[in-house]
Design a protein around this ligand. Structure first.
Ligand code: ACO
Length: 324
């Protein structure tokens, strides 16, 4: 018997406030045209004052539970991928647990910046196929608007807030790559790249939350290379070929990174779910948000083979291949 971690449902939540690119033209030397052509972003959502990452995560988790027709009593574990927690501790995941009215099971956060959802999926997969857990909610939730330097045009126009959640359950499979569920994962990190993308404050340095700092152009080049390479590795691990992939559901940082990676993999953009125009870069939330939009719009269907890949601060990057 082979246990597989199968996605039972997906849901998302976006804050109400929609911020178009033109919003930044008033205060910065930038333009809608620059943002659109260099990143593909047209608008993003920002959380309201007082609206926290756990609020977004709870709403996304409730949507995923509703779509599956499940109650919190049927969940035994929660993982939240986030780099923008409400507080230094406790974890956002325990806040979600409480918000769902759960007094059983376990909950913890994973921090791998924009690769966080991939790391969380791989972690949940390991727990489910080893029998440690039977059904988990895996959430990506972020309020990156809270760590923006609003005077830095090279970063503040790129990020947005949101949350997405999937419910994963252990189900018996055949062990073949025709099974539903996660078929392979590939995780990587390299701390030498710390300066390329970081937040310039923290608990044990200066006690501040800090602001995001990024060397966009060198990171761009690292991103396309590393994303294509992890995608090829995960396909090899699963014994699958590029042309068997129905959908790439990538981290949504920049349309040019998404297109460059698809090109390197010889996969047409018709088979890529793109939401960066509407959400901006929502870090760990971007993949579950894109999955949710892919399902809502009727493109992702049961049995489809999906490849998700992401890279972010660390650098940390990786990919997961799964059958919906
Ligand atoms: N408006 C107008 N001009 C701008 C803006 C702006 N908002 N931002 C930068 N510029 C200028 C720069 O100052 C530069 O001007 P200069 O030539 O006079 O010096 C020029 O535009 C070109 O800047 P580049 O940085 O070379 O532009 P590039 O084509 O690389 O695009 C971008 C920048 C969009 C940031 C891109 O590099 C990128 O997407 N990088 C990767 C981001 C990423 O993947 N992050 C990882 C995930 S995020 C995470 O983990 C949290």
């Amino acid at each position: 018997m082979t246990l597989r971690a199968v996605v039972e449902s997906v849901g998302h939540y976006l804050p109400e406030r929609i911020v178009p690119n033109s919003h930044f033209e008033a205060t910065l030397d930038t333009s809608d045209e620059w943002i659109r052509t260099r990143s593909g972003i047209e608008r993003r959502r920002f959380a309201a004052e007082g609206e926290t990452t756990s609020d977004l995560a709870i709403a996304a988790a409730k949507a995923a539970l509703d779509h599956a027709g499940l109650t919190p009593g049927e969940i035994d574990g929660i993982i939240v991928a986030t780099s923008t927690p409400d507080l230094t501790f406790p974890s956002v995941a325990t806040m979600v647990q409480n918000g769902l009215g759960m007094q059983h099971g376990f909950a913890f956060d994973v921090q791998a910046v924009c690769a966080g959802f991939i790391y969380a999926l791989a972690t949940a997969n390991a727990m489910l196929i080893s029998g440690q857990s039977r059904r988990m909610i895996v959430i990506g939730a972020e309020t990156f608007s809270r760590i923006m330097d609003w005077e830095d045009r090279s970063t503040c126009v790129l990020f947005g807030d949101g949350a997405g959640a999937v419910i994963l359950a252990a189900q018996e499979g055949t062990g073949q790559n025709s099974d539903r569920g996660i078929l392979a994962a590939d995780l990587n990190s390299d701390g030498r790249y710390r300066e390329m993308l970081y937040v310039d404050g923290g608990v044990s340095t200066d006690g501040r939350a800090g602001k995001l700092r990024m060397q966009g152009n060198p990171l761009f080049r690292q991103a396309v290379d590393k994303l294509a390479s992890t995608a090829i590795t995960v396909l090899q691990k699963a014994g699958l070929a590029n042309d068997e992939v129905d959908w790439i559901v990538p981290h949504q940082a920049n349309i040019r990174i998404i297109a460059g990676t698809a090109r390197k993999m010889n996969i047409s953009m018709d088979r890529v779910i793109v939401t960066v125009q509407d959400h901006g870069n929502t870090s760990a939330a971007s993949i579950p948000l894109a999955l949710s939009v892919g399902v809502e719009t009727g493109r992702i269907k049961r049995g489809d083979l999906i490849l998700s890949e992401a890279i972010g601060g660390g650098l940390a990057w990786g990919s997961v291949i799964f059958r919906w």
